[in-house]
Design a protein around this ligand. Structure first.
Ligand code: ASP
Length: 337
C-alpha cells in the first residue's frame, strides 16, 4: 500500500523563521527549501504536496488571508488524505476557529501547527510538532484542530496560553481530541460532531467589531461609528457594573443602532451564564447575547462570518445557541480528565 498523501501548507510563523535585520529579530525566511531534508522522518509517514499561499508573522494576518487559506485547502485537498497547515502561533487560535467553521464539512483532518522556537534552532519544538501533525493528518479523523506539544485540540475551542512554553495551547472547555505521548490516544468522540454551519458564509469576514475588556472604574463611551457589532469580555459569569449610567447609555445606544452585543468572560475557563447574577440579568435586559462556552476567537469567527454575510442580531443570537462545528455547549462538554 502506498503512503498517504498530505497537503502541507506553509503560511509562516516562528517555525520557519530566521534571525533578520540589525539587531536581529525573527522574521519569515525561506522555509520549504530543506524542510523535508531537515525532518526526513516526515517522508516515512506520507508523501507531500506543498503550498505557500503566503509567508508571514501571523500577527499580520488579515481576514482575506484566512479566507484565501480556507479556499486553498478546499480546492487543493481533494486528492489528499489530510492537510497540515504551518502557521504562526500568535493568531493560530483565530485562524483555527474560522477554518473550523468553514471546513467543518471537508471530511478529512486539517491539522494546524507551529512552534515556539524555529526549526533551524537547536532544541526546537518544531520537529516534534510537525511530525505529530503529519501523523494525525493521516488518521482519517475529520476535525480541524491545533497540534501543539502533547495535544491535538479542536480548533474552534482553542486558545494560545503561553508566549514561551512548549505546551502553548489549550481548549479550556473541551478535552483534547488526542493526547500525544509514546502513543497517540484519540478521544472517542473525535470527529463526531453535528455539522450545523449555516449556508452562505465564507465570502467575507467582517471584523469591524468594537471589543471592550472592562476594568473597575473604566469609562463607557458609545461604540465608534461604523462598527458592526460589540463584543464585551465581561467579568466571571457575564457581569458588568450595571449601576453605571454610562454603561447603561452604552448598551442603550448599541440597542438603538441594532448592533449585536455579545458577552464573553475574562476567565479562561467556564461559561457565561447571564441568568446567574442580577447584574447579568440586567445586561440581558438590554438584549446582550451570551457567548456561553465559546472562546473569544470562536466568537470573533462566528461574528465575522455572519456579519460578512450581512446577517444581524437575530442570526447572531441563534449562532450562540447552536454548536456549528463541535464548539462546546453546556450539553456537549467533554470534561478534562
Ligand atoms: N509571531 C509569531 C507568529 O505568530 C509567533 C509564533 O509563530 O510562535 O507568527
Amino acid at each position: 500500500m502506498g503512503k498517504p498523501s498530505i497537503l502541507l501548507v506553509h503560511t509562516g510563523g516562528t517555525l520557519g523563521m530566521t534571525p533578520q535585520g540589525s539587531p536581529a529579530g525573527l522574521a519569515p525566511g525561506p522555509f520549504l527549501e530543506g524542510l523535508l531534508e531537515r525532518v526526513p522522518e516526515l517522508r516515512d509517514l506520507a508523501d507531500f504536496d506543498l503550498e505557500v499561499p503566503y509567508n508571514q508573522d501571523s500577527a499580520t494576518a488579515e481576514p482575506a488571508d484566512i479566507l484565501e487559506l480556507a479556499r486553498l485547502v478546499r480546492q487543493r485537498s481533494a486528492g489528499c488524505e489530510g492537510v497540515v497547515i504551518v502557521h504562526g502561533t500568535d493568531t493560530l487560535a483565530f485562524t483555527a476557529s474560522v477554518l473550523g467553521f468553514l471546513l467543518a464539512d471537508l471530511g478529512k483532518p486539517v491539522v494546524l501547527t507551529g512552534s515556539q522556537r524555529p526549526l533551524a534552532f537547536v532544541r526546537s519544538d518544531a520537529r516534534g510538532n510537525l511530525v505529530n501533525a503529519v501523523d494525525l493528518a493521516t488518521r482519517g479523523v475529520a476535525e480541524v484542530g491545533i497540534c501543539f506539544g502533547t495535544v491535538w485540540l479542536r480548533g474552534v475551542a482553542s486558545e494560545k496560553l503561553s508566549v514561551h512554553q512548549y505546551q502553548a495551547f489549550d481548549s479550556p472547555n473541551l478535552a483534547p481530541l488526542a493526547e500525544i505521548g509514546a502513543d497517540i490516544e484519540l478521544h472517542p468522540e473525535a470527529g463526531r460532531f453535528a455539522r450545523q454551519v449555516p449556508p452562505g458564509l465564507g465570502a467575507a469576514l467582517e471584523l469591524d467589531i468594537h471589543v471592550v475588556t472592562p476594568h473597575p472604574g473604566m469609562a463607557w463611551r458609545p461604540a465608534p461609528e461604523g462598527v458592526k457589532a460589540v463584543l464585551i469580555h465581561a467579568y466571571g459569569a457575564g457581569n458588568l457594573p450595571m449601576e453605571r449610567p454610562d454603561l447603561r447609555a452604552f448598551l442603550a445606544d448599541a440597542a438603538t443602532r441594532a448592533l449585536p452585543v455579545v458577552i464573553t468572560t475574562q476567565c479562561r475557563e467556564g461559561r457565561v451564564d447571564l441568568a446567574a447574577y442580577e447584574l447579568g440579568r440586567q445586561l440581558e435586559g438590554f438584549g446582550a447575547i451570551s457567548a456561553g462556552l465559546h472562546t473569544r476567537w470562536a466568537v470573533l469567527a462566528k461574528l465575522g462570518l455572519l456579519l460578512g454575510a450581512g446577517k444581524g442580531t437575530t442570526e447572531v443570537r441563534a449562532a450562540f445557541g447552536t454548536a456549528w462545528a463541535g464548539e462546546p455547549t453546556p450539553a456537549g462538554i467533554w470534561p478534562h480528565s
